[in-house]
Design a protein around this ligand. Structure first.
Ligand code: NAD
Length: 410
């Protein structure tokens, strides 16, 4: 899994272009707070289950810290540090008034019952409630967490601090969640690509071929929006395997298949392939939308897509990023591409604080505006500084976070 060092590699690359002083660099990289807690619960069979929970708060110079909670066996402090710092840079790229945080529990939730996941979530909140809050740190869904988990967090936190819907985002719409949050990241991913294609004069989505790794929240919505725009999604993968149909997969029907069987594997009319084969498919655009660290030195030379659209967080290792750059593959970076999720999370938080509900059209229009403006800023830096999109994104983010830090005073 990519960790803190990988993110800092990209940070330093941008810092060098900016001529950032070593002292400022050190201050911006250093996390504000790292927390590791015991999350023990009684399992359904009466035995004790002990898990470790993490929350890293990376930077708060631009506002309350914001970032997802992940329930996955690979969760550890290094991963949380890397992902929390990515959130600092991501919220700055789309210019939201937030800092960055991330966390989760090292657990495979598929081995737990729904009641056990609920107990685990409530216990975790009891352990970290004094460091999160609507104006401090606002968690959101990530891998293997969803609107129901957010509802439990809100409920448990509210028991301790009074009614606090704004303590988490990604809640169910019936419990002060925002319309449009669930599909927001996927929608933003597609908006990011549209802006790039327009700017690069590379045609439109219609008729282009795609491979999408991951068919959870981000991958399934991204695939659906691509399909609606006339794309041919020819390969899709998940944790159990991958499938291919060169004619293009019927994404709405694949969605129904996954609802029933919990995997894309076995979808009628498709061939089984491996996730490794998916990554090197002969497509126009590769969309990693699952876990990090999947595009590596080992496969970067084989990737045939001309565009890598980073819907997942940190899917490309630094060495792979260099190789793709040398080969002229356009890598649109995670801290821009998947920022639609945190952007609509921000709209949810604003609505909770205003105690007012926005219409879906307003949310969609504001999301498009944020992605469009972020792209325009990145594209300008790419041209002016002759750097990659990733370095441009870090330059924009470091500039914003750095200026806020200096203005507030150390
Ligand atoms: P999810 O749990 O809904 O889905 C994850 C998907 O990845 C599933 O289809 C799963 O089967 C698949 N997967 C897991 N392990 C895999 C493996 N080894 N090989 C292939 N596929 C595998 O999670 P999500 O919310 O869709 O998040 C996906 C990625 O997007 C993560 O990197 C996350 O950090 C990032 N992200 C999510 C959001 C959001 O709003 N949910 C926002 C920004 C970034």
């Amino acid at each position: 899994m990519p960790g803190f060092e990988e993110v800092n590699y990209y940070f330093r690359k941008a810092a060098r272009v900016m001529d950032l002083s070593a002292r400022v660099e050190k201050m911006l990289v250093t996390p504000f707070r790292e927390v590791k807690v015991d999350v023990s619960i009684t399992l359904d069979n009466g035995e004790l289950g002990t898990f470790i929970g993490y929350r890293v708060q990376h930077d708060k110079s631009r506002g309350p810290m914001k970032g997802g909670l992940r329930y996955h066996p690979t969760v550890d402090m290094d991963e949380a540090l890397g992902l929390a710092s990515l959130m600092t840079w991501k919220t700055a790229v789309v210019n939201l008034p937030y800092g960055g945080a991330k966390g989760g529990i090292a657990v495979d939730p598929s081995t737990l019952s729904a009641r056990e996941v609920e107990r685990l979530t409530r216990r975790f909140v009891q352990q970290i409630h004094d460091i999160i809050g609507p104006h401090t740190d606002i968690p959101a869904p990530d891998v293997n967490t969803n609107a129901q988990v957010m509802a439990w967090i809100m409920d448990e936190y509210s028991k301790l601090h009074g009614f606090s819907p704004a303590v988490v985002t990604g809640k169910p719409v019936d419990l002060f969640g925002s319309r449009g949050r669930e599909e927001a990241t996927g929608r933003g991913v597609v908006a990011a690509l549209e802006e790039y294609l327009k700017d690069a004069g590379a045609g439109e989505i219609r008729g282009k071929t795609f491979a999408v790794q991951g068919f959870g929240n981000v991958g399934s919505w991204a695939a659906r929006f691509l399909h609606e725009r006339g794309a041919r999604v020819v390969a899709v993968g998940d944790a159990r395997g991958a499938i291919r149909n060169p004619e293009g997969l019927d994404i709405p029907r694949l969605g129904e298949h996954v609802q029933k069987t919990k995997s894309v594997v076995g979808f009628p009319g498709s061939d089984a392939i491996t996730n490794e084969e998916l990554l090197v498919s002969n497509v126009d655009v590769l969309v990693p939308a699952a876990l990090g660290g999947v595009i590596t030195e080992a496969n970067a030379k084989e990737i045939r897509a001309r565009v890598v659209l980073e819907a997942a967080n940190a899917p490309t290792t630094p060495r792979a990023d260099e190789i793709l750059g040398e080969r002229g593959v356009a890598v649109l970076p995670d801290i821009f591409v998947n920022a639609g999720g945190v952007t609509v999370s921000y709209f949810e938080w604003v609505q909770n604080i205003q105690q007012f509900r926005w219409e879906e059209e307003q949310i969609g229009a504001e999301l498009q505006r944020h992605m469009r403006e972020a792209y325009a800023t990145l594209a300008r830096v790419v041209r002016e500084r002759k750097v990659s999109f990733r370095t441009a994104a870090f330059i924009v983010a470091i500039g914003r976070v750095g200026r806020a830090t200096v203005l507030r005073g150390v």
